[in-house]
Design a protein around this ligand. Structure first.
Ligand SMILES: [Zn+2]
Length: 282
């Protein structure tokens, strides 16, 4: 009887003991292309819904730029990347990780913030401050490719799941699992910046995730037909622009620029050959 129990227990653990996920087998998946194992405890649909709500708050609470031409360029680059990502996974016979995305783009009028982000589900913001650094379409495509890659690789789902496991970041867990946003909507004076941070958008991802977003971002920009060599120049310009000062927010939320430039330089030649621009059919 006792030994049976032991066997059963062992079988049970063998069956359910998938990485750190304990009882939840379906919660372990692999990141697209890199195949890195990921922990996913929180349904992506929940996160996308919450992100969409928060995005509406951002649109209502922040000053959006009236530079239509610049916004059009952002949308043009974005839709090229969108199409390329979908075509790539379709042609590889893999499930398109963005099939449930509802892409949207805003340009935030703030020259002091050199930042951009993409929320789960494809809600994107570019701040006017980063345009000095990106300079051209290839540069903007590099930054957008990186931010989109975080969403494609579901890094926020992973981060929220880890927070749940470690039982830290209660505010984040509250948002991911329930009604924190609907609660805050009832209060006045919503701190959008604080919420973004809690939500994990305007916040550093882990080093592996950052490096994965750099790698996948290069792939997506290359598939979309942009010159990915510009990504190295962006980091050089970013360094130059903040010479001798505290690193800017966008930079501080990412690994050191020297380290990143080295990796980019290593990956670029291989990616240009392996992931050439996707030809549109028809
Ligand atoms: Zn990043």
């Amino acid at each position: 009887m006792k030994s049976n129990n032991n066997i059963n227990r062992r079988e049970f653990l063998g069956y359910f003991g998938c990485c750190a996920c304990g009882l939840m087998i379906p919660s372990c998946t692999n990141a697209p292309i890199t195949d890195r194992r990921q922990l996913k405890l929180i349904p992506e649909s929940t996160l996308n819904r919450q992100a969409a709500q928060l995005y509406e708050r951002v649109k209502a609470k922040t000053k959006l730029s009236d530079d239509k031409k610049q916004l059009e360029e952002i949308k043009e680059i974005g839709s090229k990347i969108e199409e390329s990502v979908s075509s790539y996974f379709d042609s590889a016979g893999k499930k398109d990780p963005t099939y449930n995305f509802q892409w949207e783009y805003i340009l935030v009028d703030n020259d002091k913030i050199k930042n951009a982000w993409c929320m789960p589900g494809g809600k994107i913001a570019v701040y006017t401050g980063i345009l000095d650094i990106t300079k051209n379409k290839d540069g903007l495509a590099a930054v957008m490719g990186h931010e989109i890659a975080h969403a494609v690789a579901k890094h926020s789902v992973e981060r929220a799941s880890r927070a749940l496991i470690l039982n830290v970041g209660t505010a984040a867990v509250d948002i991911f699992t329930g009604g924190a946003i609907s609660n805050t909507q009832r209060t006045t004076g919503v701190d959008v910046a604080g919420m973004l941070r809690t939500f994990g958008i305007d916040n550093p991802f882990g080093r592996k995730q950052e490096s994965e977003a750099d790698y996948l971002g290069l792939i997506f920009s290359s598939l979309a037909g942009y010159d990915i060599r510009e990504s190295v120049k962006i980091w050089e310009r970013m360094k130059e622009s903040y010479k001798g000062q505290e690193p800017p927010e966008w930079m501080s939320t990412h690994p050191s620029s020297d380290r990143r430039i080295l990796s980019l330089k290593k990956w670029i030649p291989e990616i240009i050959i392996k992931y050439p621009p996707i030809k549109k059919i028809g």
